[in-house]
Design a protein around this ligand. Structure first.
Ligand SMILES: N[C@@H](Cc1ccccc1)C(=O)O
Length: 404
């Protein structure tokens, strides 16, 4: 595959732009466009910074090391166990969510087999097999199919923008938050929307530990979602007034509600279909990146206990649990997803900061070091930990509720 840096950039962007993007406009309905921009840029900085910390860390280990191996290097067996558990549970939970989303999408195109539930289960197996194969074959094949799917996703998105942007009114964009605290309540959703960090080890391996290439992939690969999110918020906030937006939320606080409203306002009958195509592609490209990260996290774990599993076995371990979960115990992964923000914040913010803290005293002269010194490490840590607490504050009634 030619130009792996380009491919890796698209895998970062493809994994990042997923379900989070679809939830964002509903979550920020009461915030107004201006303040939503502040949230977007701030969280992009935070998550891009933490991803670059992994680049710094990878200078000190083999290019095929997983996050567990990194954690063991700096925090011993305890580090390995905690980070592996958190990472794997998180990736299983969101992969289950993607399998379940993918199965209902695909089921709509299949004839009914026996009954609706069986059809959905069969669709889930087909969906997983269809896209899982690329993951099992390897990063090169994920790169190839992701280029195609990501390009289609961007085209669908551009079409949505073409339909919506002419209807944007500046007045809508200038609306202020109905409650400033909503900005904080919305932060966990925006935070995970910039997530892709479980896939960094796979990409580092794919790029043979090339620091510059990984850095570029992360910088450009997260800048693409930032631009897409800004345009998406511009379109949705600009087309709907805050009152209209909040009314939709009361009626149907899902993507369907949003697509419906957009269809009414633009008078376009195809917008609903285009939004749905876009969301299917968002789901598939995220599925690919997350599954790749999970497969290699399992590989890293097995190697540690001296088991050399081939990719087919790793594939079975990656895909069978989410399928079973999605079909037989959906409550289980929904419960796990409830803690997605916390698990994600742990392995994507707290863990790399803790590791880099040690790394900088052990290796003071490494070629690449993320700018900002201790002050930015501490600031990122405080913000990361605070975001973890937000859902609890909402539960306690100390912060207003948002949809997401
Ligand atoms: N950013 C992804 C979610 C995700 C978070 C963390 C890692 C991988 C994926 C989405 O919006 O759907």
């Amino acid at each position: 595959m030619k130009n792996k840096t380009f491919g890796s950039t698209l895998i970062v962007a493809g994994t990042t732009i997923g379900g989070g993007m679809l939830a964002m406009p509903l979550t920020s309905a009461g915030i107004g466009f201006g303040f939503t921009m502040v949230l977007l840029v701030g969280l992009w900085l935070l998550l891009c910074f933490s991803a670059l910390l992994f680049v710094e860390l990878y200078q000190t280990v083999d290019s095929d090391a997983g996050i567990g191996t990194l954690a063991e290097k700096y925090y011993g067996t305890f580090g390995r166990v905690v980070s592996t558990a958190v990472l794997i549970i998180f990736l299983y939970a969101i992969l289950s969510a993607y399998v379940s989303g993918g199965s209902s999408l695909l089921a709509a195109f299949l004839p009914t087999i026996s009954d609706a539930e069986t059809t959905t289960r069969i669709a889930g197996v087909l969906f997983t097999l269809l896209f899982g194969v690329f993951v099992i074959v390897g990063t090169t094949s994920v790169d190839a199919v992701n280029r195609l799917l990501f390009t289609s996703k961007i085209l669908a998105f551009l079409l949505v923008l073409v339909l919506l942007l002419p209807k944007v009114s500046v007045e809508n964009l200038l609306e202020m938050p109905i409650d400033n605290a909503l900005l904080i309540s919305a932060s966990p959703i925006f935070f995970t929307a910039f997530g892709f960090h479980g896939s960094i080890p796979s990409l580092n391996k794919y790029l043979d530990g090339n620091v510059k290439a990984l850095r570029i992939s992360i910088l450009v690969g997260t800048a693409i979602p930032l631009v897409a999110y800004i345009l998406w918020q511009l379109a949705t906030h600009g087309v709907l007034s805050q009152t209209e937006f909040l009314q939709i939320l009361e009626k149907d606080p899902t993507l369907n509600g949003l697509a419906e409203a957009a269809a009414q306002i633009t008078g376009s009958s195809i917008i609903g279909a285009v939004v749905r195509i876009f969301s299917a592609l968002a789901l598939i490209t995220s599925f690919l990146g997350v599954a790749l990260g999970l497969l290699e996290a399992l590989d890293d774990l097995l190697k540690r206990v001296n088991i050399q599993a081939n990719r087919a076995t790793l594939g079975a371990m990656t895909f069978i649990p989410p399928m079973l979960f999605a079909f037989f115990y959906p409550q289980g992964f929904i419960a796990a997803l409830g803690y997605a923000g916390q698990m994600f914040a742990f392995y994507a913010i707290v863990l790399p900061i803790a590791m880099v803290w040690k790394l900088r005293s052990q290796y003071p002269t490494l070629a690449y070091r993320v700018k900002g010194g201790k002050a930015s490490l501490l600031t990122a840590l405080v913000i990361g930990v605070f975001i973890v607490i937000v859902p609890f504050l909402i539960e306690q009634g100390l912060l207003p509720k948002v949809v997401g």
